[in-house]
Design a binder for this molecule. Structure first.
Ligand code: ADP
Length: 693
């Protein structure tokens, strides 16, 4: 332990010497021994001893008490007075200087020691106390929260500057006042004073928060929202010593909270509004899409009906004796009619795909055969342009597959049709190969190449988009809708594959696509592939009586003229009621029934006809004549009791194919898969997939 420095102030030389000796004996350092008050002040300030042993009665103007007073004004040094006698007046003066002890002369060495040690110890403790008090005050003064401390009687003991600012009370004014005077609060909702939070904290013994929104009423009557907590202060024995209240102004926080609430409400409202708008937009889009589909279906129906007349009559005209010029005109009529039909089909397909309404069928067919027949159908067109048409279709894998041959053929037809359209010299080729195969399925790749005009690189990426043509100029030489490739890509993707192009401008193009097809079982029956042309072998004359039920005079004329050319006898009526009368009176081998007619439509007429047929008797085949493409058409036909249908416009060959199906081998309806009614005019006649008779 370091030796304490004790300065001696004593004007009697011998006593001073003796004290100095005794102190040194006791282990203290004595940095100076002085004899006057002035000297004592000077030396203390200069040497800063740990303690001053001060004689009260000193010679000169300044006695020990005055010297001690001056020293303590500048330095925190403990002073122990030495006195030979102690009158009351002197003691009273000395007391004011806060001496740490008095030693009455003469004193024993042990007394000196114990007095000095006590004084040094007490001074050390007081210094620590002062320091920690200062530290606490600084802390409380510098925190952002307001703090009020109370004593055991709930009177205010301390306010930090924040508390002064919020309450409007200064520490000096508030100290000693009841807490309720300084810290006035009311419940914001009820305007009543809430229970004193400090009392609650004292009751429960734990820190508590204000339960409800509270307003602090300041000294000058202003109100401010606060948040607060209170905690009890207890001594070591648990006795209540007071409490401490911590509170803060929450005006700004309230403002931000209110702002946030406003924003949240605004956002919620906005989201609700946008959701509603989106729903409306979605409903409007759905309604528009529905209207578009209906419009296209209606338009298709309306265009097909007169087109049936145009094409039918033109084909009939071609069957008569014409001179060359007349024949050329009639051929152009037929060709243009078919092109128009193709466009209608394309637009309808597109709208169906867009609406997600196109469903693929799944039937067994032979992929190679289908491609061969498709290629063969283009033979004449290629020859007419002087092009070579090559089909490399002898793949080294079994090509019995299950899938949608009509849609697959549609893609090939589009690619080969384009290849011929955009090639002036050279060759168009179709190539089939196997990419992958497992037990259940295979992935085939079909390439269509040409030596035509090619496609510029920048156009290649866009030609699969709808309504895009590489040559979009008004002067372009080739017709088309710009939908074929867009439809092909959607179809191919629906079939689990993709389509691509490679092309060199002015040198030619290669389009290829992949398709995933289920592999057919070896024993399964393979359906005939969809035909590009009616198969050879269909009879051209029939010995049959046919009832034609058709309200449109032109279409009635087309149907009856074709029947006549096919050697049939017929009767034509204009509506369902007349048909039922005719069927009652005469025997017919087949009925060609238009679907939409005035008075009694084809569905109702067929249903009535089926009701009238005696059970067990072979029922008469009814073939629907339709330009309709409405959803559910097929179900309607089946429900009504129809067996087959012919899509308008139909050719004589297509009519012959349907007649041969029902007149040669009646009752086969369920065995021959057919296209969905109204789905495509590419195959004009198809039996409905149900058993009849
Ligand atoms: P369309 O042929 O009815 O215009 P498609 O979608 O089938 O529509 O084709 C889009 C465009 O792609 C064509 O207009 C043409 O510019 C280009 N195209 C397609 N196939 C070929 C090809 N084999 N050679 C050159 N250009 C082609």
């Amino acid at each position: 332990m370091m030796k304490a420095n004790v300065m001696v102030v004593e004007d009697e030389g011998l006593i001073a010497l003796s004290i100095q000796r005794t102190l040194r004996n006791l282990g203290y350092e004595v940095p100076a021994v002085v004899a006057s008050g002035e000297e004592a002040v000077r030396q203390t300030l200069a040497l800063r001893p740990d303690l001053v042993l001060m004689d009260i009665m000193l010679e000169g103007d300044m006695d020990g008490i005055t010297a001690a007073t001056q020293i303590q004004e500048c330095l925190d040094v403990p002073v122990v007075y030495l006195t030979a006698y102690s009158d009351d007046h002197t003691l009273a003066r000395a007391k004011v200087t806060g001496p740490f002890a008095y030693l009455i002369k003469p004193f024993e060495e042990a007394d000196l020691r114990s007095t000095l040690e006590m004084a040094l110890y007490r001074h050390g403790m007081e210094r620590k106390l002062k320091e920690s008090k200062h530290w606490l005050e600084t802390t409380l003064n510098s925190i952002g929260d307001a703090v009020i401390a109370t004593d055991a009687h709930n009177t205010v003991a301390f306010l930090n500057p924040q508390a002064e600012r919020l309450t409007g009370w200064r520490q000096e004014e508030a100290a000693g006042k009841p807490l309720a005077d300084v810290f006035q609060i009311v419940d914001e909702a009820t305007r009543l004073p809430p229970p004193n939070p400090l009392n609650r904290a004292l009751e429960t013994g734990i820190a508590t928060d204000l339960a409800n929104p509270t307003l602090l009423v300041t000294r000058d009557g202003e109100e401010c929202p606060i948040d607060d907590s209170a905690a009890p202060i207890r001594d070591e024995q648990g006795n209540r010593m007071g409490g401490v209240l911590v509170f803060r102004d929450v005006t700004e926080r309230r403002r931000i909270e209110a702002e946030l609430r406003r924003y949240r409400d605004y956002l919620e409202e906005l989201v609700e509004k946008r959701t509603w708008e989106l729903q409306q937009a979605k409903m409007a889009a759905e309604a528009a899409s529905q209207a578009k589909s209906e419009f296209l279906a209606t338009m298709s129906h309306e265009i097909r009906t007169p087109l049936n007349g145009v094409l039918g009559m033109a084909e009939l005209l071609l069957g008569t004796s014409l001179n060359n010029e007349q024949r050329r005109y009639a051929s152009i009529l037929v060709q243009s009619g078919r092109t128009l039909l193709g466009l209608i089909d394309e637009i309808l397909d597109f709208s169906r795909i867009e609406a997600g309404k196109l469903e693929l069928r799944s039937v067994d067919f032979d992929l190679r055969e289908m491609l061969e027949e498709t290629a063969a159908a283009f033979g004449e067109r290629a020859r007419a342009k002087g092009l070579r048409l090559r089909a490399d279709l002898a793949p080294d894998f079994p090509t019995s597959v299950r899938g949608d041959p009509i849609r697959l053929r549609q893609v090939v037809v589009n690619l080969v049709g384009n290849a011929i359209k955009f090639t002036e010299t050279g060759e168009v080729a179709i190539h089939l190969r196997l990419l992958e195969r497992d037990v259940a399925a295979l992935i085939a790749r079909i390439d269509v190449t040409d030596t035509g005009i090619g496609i510029a690189l920048e156009a290649q990426a866009r030609i699969f988009e709808s309504f895009v043509q590489a040559d979009g100029s008004a002067t372009r030489r080739h017709g088309g809708t710009g939908l074929g490739l867009a439809i092909s890509r959607r179809l191919v993707r629906l079939m689990g594959g993709d389509i691509n192009v490679e092309s060199v401008f002015r040198q030619g193009s290669r389009f290829w696509f992949t398709v995933r097809l289920m592999t057919s079982g070896a024993n399964e029956q393979t359906a005939p592939s969809p035909r590009a042309t009616p198969s050879a072998g269909v009879p051209t004359t029939f010995k049959a009586r046919v009832l034609v039920v058709e309200d449109n005079a032109v279409n009635q004329a087309v149907a009856t003229a074709m029947l006549e050319l096919l050697g049939c006898q017929f009767i034509a009526v204009d509506d369902g009621q007349q048909a039922l009368v005719a069927l009652d009176q005469e025997r017919f081998d087949l009925v060609l029934m238009d679907c939409y007619m005035p008075i009694m439509d084809g569905f109702e007429t067929t249903a009535e006809l089926r009701r009238r047929e005696p059970p067990g008797q072979r029922r008469i085949p009814v073939v629907a004549l339709t330009a309709g493409v409405n959803k559910g058409f097929r179900e309607r036909c089946i429900t009504a009791g129809m067996d087959d249908y012919l899509s308008k416009p139909f050719s004589r060959e297509q009519l012959a194919a349907v007649l041969s199906r029902w007149l040669d081998a009646p009752g086969k309806a369920g065995e021959t898969p057919g296209a969905e009614p109204g789905e495509s005019s590419r195959g004009a006649g198809n039996a409905l997939p149900r058993c009849s008779g």
